[in-house]
Design a protein around this ligand. Structure first.
Ligand SMILES: *Cc1c(COP(=O)(O)O)cnc(C)c1O
Length: 374
């Protein structure tokens, strides 16, 4: 039965400063006419993000995907080397590996939190393995201690896809401090956005210079090109959007937290419905409430796909993040060694991300939960 004609509710909504604030903030660009090429605001946002993410170095990028591509490329792995990664992610993670002419080796994930199953990594290591590329999926932190223990035992690099983990801290430490590099996305749909944008964070100062070359054609002087770089730098309009949004990000994250709390109250103990659970002690983590994925097991004929369709009939757009697995996508299927991905595949068949953003109305959450529990 259709209820009244309601407005569309999407899975996310971009955080924006007020129109006046942004217009005021971009005014100086008309005085200087410098609107890109690592200008004032690019530098300022790098500095402020260093502070916010509590990491020694930040290199801003044009988007999260290029952050991943550039970070991987900066390690100069031999062509055809293997990278152990997760298929339970956005397609960008796998594309970034393959577009660097490396081979993804898919590892299964843990049902509990959707992150790479660290106990299955060692079995996948061969003499060709050069790196591990895990994803802090939904902002749930991977088992970083164990991943980094394995990496140092086999001398592998660790590059985290931290696209979902903006602002997440583990024992007070910014998540961007782990591994050899972490890649963030500042896409409009993410917790923190610069319209389009991204960043790599890391501890090694040499990496800053390398990433600088990679994101700006390797240009080091009017007549000097030292590396075969691409163009992946962030422009000033985007950097200013980031500076504006950074002012309200803490508030936005706590508003998200309140909404997650309500969802959890309303859906708790409902048969067939469960939540993912971070594998670290909750007290050790500062969350960012980036997504609200629920796991739907069949109950009385209710399945993930039926809930998805039912919400859609009410103009509520949930998303099957992440279905299908990237390894099952047309462009990758049957191309790589078949590991046992049964946990990832099962999770992927049952997961549904519900609408979540800073000013999502509590009433809407009640309505969504009612439809799900019908
Ligand atoms: C969004 C996202 C990316 C890519 O970031 P863009 O800024 O959209 O290029 C990479 N990995 C994951 C897991 C993402 O969710």
């Amino acid at each position: 039965m259709k209820t009244e004609n309601t407005k569309n509710i999407f899975v996310t909504k971009s955080l924006l400063p007020s129109y006046e604030e942004y217009i005021e903030a971009i005014k100086p660009l008309w005085d200087s006419s410098i609107i890109t090429n690592m200008g004032t605001y690019h530098k300022q946002l790098e500095a402020e993000l260093k502070d916010y993410l509590k990491t020694p170095y930040v290199s801003l990028m044009v988007n999260g995907h290029m952050a991943l591509e550039m970070a991987i490329q900066s390690f100069n792995f031999p062509e055809g080397s293997e990278v152990i990664t997760t298929p339970f992610t956005f397609i960008s993670t796998t594309h970034a590996i393959v577009r660097n002419r490396l081979k993804p080796v898919f590892c299964d994930v843990k049902a509990q939190d959707g992150t790479i199953d660290e106990s299955k990594i060692e079995n996948l290591i061969t003499e060709k393995t050069v790196a591990i590329l895990p994803v802090h999926v939904y902002g749930n932190l991977c088992n970083m201690e164990e991943i980094e223990r394995i990496a140092s035992k086999y001398r592998l690099k660790v590059i985290y896809d931290a696209a979902h983990a903006f602002g997440v801290k583990y024992k007070g430490i910014g998540v961007g401090n782990f591994g050899d590099a972490s890649c963030f996305s500042f896409h409009a749909t993410k917790v923190f956005n610069t319209i389009e944008g991204g960043a790599v964070t890391f501890k090694n100062p040499e990496l800053y210079e390398q990433l600088y070359n990679l994101k700006n054609f390797g240009i080091r002087g009017e007549e000097l090109v030292v590396d075969i770089g691409a163009n992946a730098k962030m422009n000033e309009f985007c950097a200013i959007m980031g500076l504006c949004n950074l002012k309200s990000i803490d508030k936005a994250i706590s508003q998200r937290g309140e909404r997650v709390k309500l969802y959890k109250e309303l859906l708790k103990d409902k048969p067939g419905i469960s939540f993912l659970k971070p594998s670290y002690e909750e007290s050790a983590i500062e969350e960012n409430y980036a997504y609200l994925p629920i796991v739907i097991d069949e109950f009385n004929g209710r399945t993930r796909d039926k809930v998805y369709t039912r919400l859609r009939e009410e103009n509520i757009y949930s998303r099957k993040y992440f279905y299908p697995l990237t390894s099952d996508q047309a462009c990758f299927k049957n191309k790589y060694k078949d590991a046992d991905l049964s946990v990832a595949r099962s999770l992927s068949n049952r997961i549904l991300s519900l609408p979540l953003y800073h000013d999502l109305e509590f009433e809407t959450i009640e309505r969504i939960c009612k439809i799900i529990c019908e």
